[in-house]
Design a protein around this ligand. Structure first.
Ligand SMILES: Cc1cc2nc3c(=O)[nH]c(=O)nc-3n(C[C@H](O)[C@H](O)[C@H](O)COP(=O)(O)OP(=O)(O)OC[C@H]3O[C@@H](n4cnc5c(N)ncnc54)[C@H](O)[C@@H]3O)c2cc1C
Length: 461
């Protein structure tokens, strides 16, 4: 008996496969999106349905194992996998059901955003998501969700209307405004701390074709452009979204050869208002004479997947992030200084707007504690070559050290690596104790500990 897997019973119970070391598939299946992450779990349960998820949760609890939940596997800190624990993999649970009349969509906990975009687009609908369509719905939605539709439709969490969950005791729960309201509050920003979402229900919006794309300017103009952007965007209607970036122009179409491999600054626009107003909306932007203007009408799923080909799985990634309330002249100077030092072709800095509709959601309605921030900023060192790991990490950290003093304090949890309890607390601010009390109620032994972890705490008074 002693050399048999402690998870032998689970293997017999699961309808899906249990993949353990020694299985020919093990090394492939334990990979996550960030090539920097190399973790060796005891087993990976490839769940096919809710019963599988429940059996895996109970097995993890019975054996006292750390349990990681994997949705799309995109988490930069590698929080969809763990060493010496049990991974509950949802990648076979991708069912999608659109109710076009009610403008809602039910989505399996292991779906990717391109699955959702394809299904909703057929009905002229869209759910606010991130900017890369290969990202998992699970992790992105439970942490916040910022993207092209944030200013118009709010964060992804602002569009969750319900969830089906498996809790730490293996039981299932329907979670919404009326049922398990405390849990419904907590999962809209508190991450995978409270249980496994086997199905989300989202509100969808009538969005079909966007007027979108990047505009680029020479890096030498980045101070002027960032200053202008910081002043301009907050005054614009919600229908206009635009994230600022430092980037290096990719060496291929649709970019003109003259710009290939040039470090530049840019804004990726997405306008979802009345098409006949678009020229008026973009006129003051075009007056800044971008060196490249690729803005035009594009079907929404194409906007969502515009950058996918640049970022295949397996690259090395190192992220640092902050929330930003305002961009002072000194903060802009620091950004310009470090933006000019991008160490590799794919390394970048993005400032995602989190104002507009996202700002107008009540501060206590969800755990997202920075409704007063204007931007979620992320500095990302990226490169295919593991030899450049230290270089991209050092650039991200140095850039972060320079701008953090000008930030609002915490950061968007989904843009953080494993950075420790203080950073998690800084992110949730005074919502942390309430999250800790919901955690104590639903996961008192902290079974779900592979995440931006909220420790079980005293009941809220
Ligand atoms: C290339 C890239 C682009 C990105 N762009 C954006 C963006 O534009 N906007 C944005 O908001 N974020 C963005 N992100 C960040 C992204 O939101 C996080 O990485 C997120 O964690 C990914 O979710 P996942 O399901 O793929 O992750 P996984 O690695 O599978 O899981 C991450 C965590 O989520 C939890 N989790 C996942 N699924 C479930 C579930 N069904 N039930 C319970 N817990 C679950 C787990 O606790 C796990 O710790 C991007 C990430 C990458 C790598």
């Amino acid at each position: 008996m002693s050399n048999q897997s402690p998870l032998r019973t689970l293997k017999g119970t699961l309808r899906g496969d249990l993949i353990e070391p020694g299985d020919a598939r093990y090394d492939e299946v334990r990979k996550v999106y960030n090539g920097m992450i190399d973790k060796r779990p005891l087993a990976i349960a490839m769940c096919l349905d809710v019963a599988d998820v429940s059996a895996a949760v109970l097995a993890g609890a019975d054996h006292g194992l750390p349990v990681a939940i994997r949705g799309g596997g995109h988490n930069a800190g590698g929080l969809g996998i763990c060493d010496d624990g049990l991974v509950i993999d949802l990648s076979h649970m991708k069912q999608i059901e659109v109710d076009a009349a009610a403008k809602t969509v039910k989505v399996g906990g292991g779906a990717l955003w391109h699955d959702v975009d394809a299904a909703t687009h057929a009905h002229g609908l869209a759910v606010p998501a991130g900017i890369i369509s290969t990202t998992g719905v699970g992790g992105l939605s439970l942490g916040g969700g910022v993207g092209h539709l944030t200013r118009k439709c709010g964060l992804t969490i602002d569009n969750i209307v319900g969830a089906e969950m498996v809790l730490a005791d293996g039981e299932t729960a329907t979670v919404n405004k009326e049922q398990h309201a405390d849990l419904f509050w907590a999962i809209r920003g508190g991450g995978g701390n409270f249980g496994i979402v086997t199905e989300f229900k989202f509100r969808a919006h009538a969005i079909h074709t966007d007027i979108a794309g990047p505009m680029l300017w020479p890096l030498e103009r980045s101070k002027e452009i960032l200053q202008w952007y910081a002043d301009f965007l907050p005054k614009q209607p919600d229908e206009l979204n635009g994230f600022f970036a430092f980037l290096t122009v990719p060496p291929g179409p649709p970019f003109p050869e003259a710009l290939h491999l040039k470090p530049m600054c840019g804004i990726v626009w997405c306008y979802v208002g009345p098409p006949d107003q678009a020229d008026k909306v973009f006129a003051p932007i075009r007056a800044l004479k971008p060196a490249l203007d690729l803005v035009g009408p594009i079907p929404h799923p194409a906007v969502q997947s515009m950058f996918d080909p640049l970022l295949p799985p397996g690259l090395q990634w190192y992220w640092k992030a902050d929330f930003v309330k305002e961009l002072s002249s000194a903060a802009i100077d620091r950004n310009v200084e470090h933006g000019a030092k991008m160490p590799t072709m794919l390394s970048t800095m993005h400032m995602y707007p989190v104002d507009g509709a996202a700002n107008r959601v009540g501060r206590d309605e969800t755990p997202w504690a920075y409704r007063d921030a204007r931007w979620a900023q992320v500095i990302v060192g990226i490169d295919p070559d593991p030899a450049n790991r230290d270089t991209i990490t050092a650039w991200s950290k140095n850039y972060f050290d320079a701008i953090h003093p000008y930030s609002a304090g915490g950061a968007y949890v989904n843009f953080m690596m494993e950075e420790g309890d203080d950073r998690v607390k800084a992110t949730y601010r005074d919502h942390y104790p309430r999250l800790a009390s919901v955690k104590a109620k639903y996961d008192p032994s902290n079974l779900f500990c592979v995440n931006q972890n909220i420790k079980p705490g005293a009941p809220a008074v």
